[in-house]
Design a protein around this ligand. Structure first.
Ligand SMILES: Nc1ncnc2c1ncn2[C@@H]1O[C@H](COP(=O)(O)OP(=O)(O)OP(=O)(O)O)[C@@H](O)[C@H]1O
Ligand SMILES: [Mg+2]
Length: 379
């Protein structure tokens, strides 16, 4: 007969399809009892009593154990994780702010922020998403600027409203061949103002992370509003695993403001992935460069924070025009100097990213999508 330890090792073959880790690592194997008759009893703790993937575990455990020499039968039993055990599991998954399972298939969350407004966070986010997608990555964009959302326009979406699937999850809209996008703008009448603060805001952002079917993503880019206010704090709390990409302009004043957002990131313990200097000189169509906003601010900030300067994106008219028209410049003219800089930033980000998801198919929702409104608190 195999020993309890040998059986436990064999159970590493059973993967939780939602959390994408094996049940031993997840501490979900409650007990293993081998009997002299060759029968083995295994109890597995599930996260919820009505776990829809219970039969997946039933079959997986039976198969994994039966494969061992001397085993003649397997009894699989289930119980439910206690709240303390669930807490430990969440901690292990590093997603303290969200319920287990939410964003489990997202490998990297990158918040794009800056201290001050109008430095090009949204433009960089939209183009970076397109550049990462062009590099073969699965990408999502969460427009966390609930007051001044711009991703619908920059990614050419908005006429359509997101639908809800059979599991009551909101399906993000898809832009340009599969970039998943979620924005409050999809749910509002044009130009309607949003006046949420505090708990309302927290609820809306939580919903965007929890109730949206992001699925399997290599990158979820989060376009932050300007400043270091409520939204950034809330997101940092909900997404302890996120990293921060700081957009700044080359002049010293902007750099000082950007430093404030870096301090905020430090305070909430988010890693800073790097700096992108935007509006880094004006490049004429003939290639001549004028340093309109000065020089060197991005590099200075990067040195100060001891993180890489991932790109210097020049001011070019097509970058603005394409953002306005909904087709990112990276896609319409990848050779434009600004597009090249953002593509370089994307490659830098890929080189820095620690997590690659294992290739594995999660169970797909069976029911067809149906149009449903969102229960977000509307102002
Ligand atoms: N490198 C660039 N070249 C030309 N235009 C640019 C560049 N970067 C940004 N812009 C333009 O500047 C304006 C502001 O950019 P954007 O909306 O991306 O900034 P933001 O930091 O997201 O602003 P906010 O703080 O309001 O969210 C937009 O019209 C955008 O098209
Ligand atoms: Mg913006």
């Amino acid at each position: 007969m195999p020993t309890t330890d040998e059986i436990r090792e064999a159970l590493r073959a059973v993967i939780d399809p939602e959390l994408r880790r094996d049940i031993v690592e997840l501490d979900m194997v409650r007990s293993i009892t081998p009997h002299a008759s060759g029968v083995v009893d295994v109890t597995v703790s599930l996260t919820t009593p009505g776990c829809p993937i219970r039969s997946h575990f039933q079959d997986g455990v039976a198969q994994a154990v039966r494969r061992l020499d001397g085993v003649t039968g397997v009894n699989v039993d289930f119980d439910v994780l206690t709240d303390t055990q669930k807490g430990a599991l969440q901690k292990k998954l590093g997603r303290n702010g969200l319920p287990e399972g939410a964003l489990a298939q997202v490998a990297n969350v990158v918040c794009v922020g800056s201290g001050k407004g109008g430095v090009g966070k949204s433009t960089v986010t939209a183009n970076l998403a397109a550049a990462l997608h062009a590099e073969g990555k699965q990408v999502g964009v969460l427009d966390a600027d609930v007051w001044g959302y711009s991703q619908p326009r920059m990614l050419g979406l908005g006429a359509e409203r997101p639908k809800v699937n059979g599991q009551r999850k909101i399906i993000p809209l898809e832009a340009h061949g599969g970039i998943k996008v979620m924005s409050i703008g999809f749910f509002l009448e044009e130009d309607a103002a949003v006046v949420w603060r505090g708990p309302m805001l927290h609820k809306a952002l939580t919903q965007f992370l929890e109730d949206v079917e992001w699925g399997e993503l290599d990158y979820l880019l989060v376009d932050l509003p300007p400043g270091t206010g409520d939204v950034s704090m809330t997101l940092a709390q909900l997404l302890p695993q996120a990293s921060f990409l700081i957009v700044t302009t080359p002049q010293a004043v902007a750099q000082k403001v950007a430093r404030r957002s870096a301090e905020m990131a430090h305070k909430v313990k988010l890693d800073i992935a790097g700096v992108v200097e935007n509006m880094s000189g004006f490049v004429t169509p003939s290639g001549e460069r004028f340093p309109i906003f000065g020089e060197g601010g991005g590099q200075l900030l990067a040195d100060e924070l001891d993180v890489p300067l991932l790109g210097k994106v020049p001011l070019t008219m097509p970058l603005r025009e394409q953002a306005d028209s909904g087709l990112p410049l990276v896609l319409s003219d990848p050779d434009d100097p600004a597009a090249q800089a953002i593509r370089q930033t994307a490659r830098g980000l890929i080189a820095l990213s620690p997590v690659e998801l294992p290739v594995m198919q999660a169970p797909s929702p069976a029911a067809a999508p149906q149009p449903v409104g969102m229960s977000l608190p509307m102002a």
